[in-house]
Design a binder for this molecule. Structure first.
Ligand code: HEM
Length: 370
């Protein structure tokens, strides 16, 4: 039985009154404890924690089965992980740190790809999996990792993210117990931290969803628009003007690809290092409309090697946005502080509070930190 079916049937049984509530709760607790809690561990505090545990085990068991048919060293590692899952493995912070370290280890495998790092595109995967959140309907966000499913995987805004999803799939096979949502957002945290950015508080608890939970097209921002669009899209996620500007500073890293979004080029001269240069360049360079056949974008008059999207440029045109952009250009520490906070908030969108395995987010160590 799938996790959601299991949960639904439990809910129906409880609400239909076919058994006394206390009896049902006990039956449920006993049956769950059998395969989600190691004998020596204390009983989890809430049923939600139990359900999440079951979800993780069920999801992980499916992947573990798949991993066994894998070949080479991955298969051996997957086998170890699968054995842990079978032994009612409950991951600790150290286990998540191992995943963090593993993700960090692939950033530099990029070779000739882009600027020699996969970190920017992995950050983009984390952001796009979270930025679909709608605070009114409480749908979307990082909880169910629905970008795995069509049509969301094929939405125009997600063009090129198959590269990041494929990289993460390899890691998922090595650590089948982690949910995709936790893996992708932990990847985003690792990307920021390993590109010299701030520490981004993070905690696990997302569960894998199903295709029916995928979000409709059009929830992510369109780079060719203006201030109203930014406020509408990010407002729907629950962000204010200051947070919109801080989040936009993510464009310190990475680049646009003409065969993906249509736009072309990097925003800064150091596209694999988190800095406040995105804001400095917005103020210090003279930006002119690029003359080309592609979509409307700006280029720096001096070198013609950098770019800004219309949605980036609006941060120095709109009076309120500009105030925050100026503050971040003047003070990198302030940008780092606000960027960390807003990314932590972004990556948690759509996850019900009861699902978190810890009340306070963790600070993950950098890969080279003792
Ligand atoms: C403000 C609204 C935003 C718009 C309109 C926007 C738009 C875009 C576009 C068009 C690209 C180029 C995609 C490609 O051609 O490969 C891109 C890349 C990127 N975006 Fe954004 N983005 C926004 C916000 C963000 C946020 C909030 C973050 C993270 C905090 C972010 C991080 C990135 C990164 C790291 C890349 C580079 C990916 C790569 O190098 O492959 N963006 N964005």
């Amino acid at each position: 039985m799938s996790f959601s079916l299991f949960r639904a049937s439990v809910r129906t049984a409880v609400t239909s009154g076919s058994l006394p509530r206390a009896q049902l709760r006990n039956q449920l607790r006993n049956s769950i404890r059998k395969f989600s809690t190691p004998p020596e561990a204390p009983a989890p505090k809430s049923n939600t924690t139990l359900y999440v545990g079951i979800g993780a085990v069920v999801a992980a068991a499916g992947v573990a089965f798949y991993s066994f048919s894998d070949s080479g060293s991955n298969a051996v590692k997957s086998g170890v992980q699968a054995a842990k899952v079978k032994a009612n493995f409950v991951p600790t912070k150290e286990d998540y740190q191992k995943v963090y370290n593993r993700v960090s280890g692939i950033f530099d495998d990029a070779g000739d790809y882009d600027d020699g790092s996969y970190a920017p595109i992995i950050l983009r995967l984390a952001w796009h999996s979270s930025g679909t959140y709608d605070k009114e309907s409480k749908t979307g966000g990082s909880n169910y990792a629905t970008m795995r499913f069509a049509p969301e995987s094929g939405h125009g805004a997600n063009a090129g993210l198959n590269v990041a999803r494929d990289l993460m799939e390899n890691i998922k096979q090595e650590f089948p117990w982690i949910s995709y949502g936790d893996l992708w957002t932990l990847g985003g945290v690792a990307a920021i931290q390993e590109m010299n950015g701030p520490k981004v508080p993070w905690r696990p608890g997302r569960i894998d969803g199903v295709q029916a939970q995928a979000t409709p097209d059009g929830r992510l921002p369109d780079g060719s628009q203006g201030a109203d669009h930014l406020r509408q899209v990010f407002g729907r996620m629950g962000f204010n003007d200051q947070e919109i500007v801080a989040l936009s500073g993510g464009h310190a890293v990475g680049r646009c690809h003409s065969n993906r979004s249509g736009f072309d080029g990097p925003w800064t001269f150091s596209p694999t290092t988190v800095t406040n240069d995105f804001f400095n360049l917005l103020f210090d360079e003279k930006w002119v409309w690029k003359k080309w056949n592609g979509p409307k974008q700006l280029e720096d008059k001096g070198t013609k090697t950098l770019m800004m999207l219309p949605t980036d440029y609006v941060l120095v045109q709109d009076k309120v946005f500009k105030k925050y952009a100026r503050a971040y250009a003047d003070d990198e520490a302030l940008f780092f502080k606000d960027f960390a906070a807003v990314c932590a908030k972004l990556f948690e969108l759509g996850v019900p509070t009861a699902q978190w395995v810890t009340p306070e987010p963790w600070i993950m160590k950098n890969a080279d930190e003792k």
